[in-house]
Design a protein around this ligand. Sequence first.
Ligand code: SF4
Length: 206
Amino acid sequence: MDNTKEILNELSALYPDAQPALHFKSPYELLVAVILSAQCTDERVNKVTAVLFEKYNTPEKMITLSQEELEKYIFSCGFYHNKAAHILSASHDILEKFEGRVPPTLAELKTLAGVGQKTANVVYAVAFGGDAIAVDTHVFRVSNRLGISEGNTPAKVEEGLCKAIPKELWSKAHHYLIYHGRRVCHSQKPDCGNCTLSAWCKFYKK
Ligand code: SF4
């Protein structure tokens, strides 16, 4: 039986104010923050961007930094070498191909260096109000456990979620699933005893 509707209703009651945890004031700041957030906590990214964005909050300003200088700012986010390269390449692309503005479509976002499906989906949904479901580690795990969308790759889970959930709820559902993964359905020790979704959860029933 498909319990997606009941699950979404319960998630919306649990997390009515679900919203992105990353701090940003423009699509460009969000793009940089999302690139930095790979394999890193949002709290750590917010600390780093609070300092970085004081001076370097546009692609024009960002490319005045050398790779090494940018790495010093973002070192604590991990994978700093690749992340710095991606931020600088994407900034150059934005300036050269999109007149200095982060492009507002999924197809264009994905042409930026270092911007994959997940990053493009987040920026498209959060910065531009588009309909998209970004599948990060929490969305991947919780969707599989609940049985809303089962798949062994983020792409398969995204495809399943897009089929199971009405389009107008995609962006909200993304935040609901992240909140639930962070607060209750932890990776190692899911708190099933206190989870109000257990009646519909495939993992719990097993
Ligand atoms: S019942 Fe357990 S596994 Fe299922 S969603 Fe809740 S916490 Fe996660």
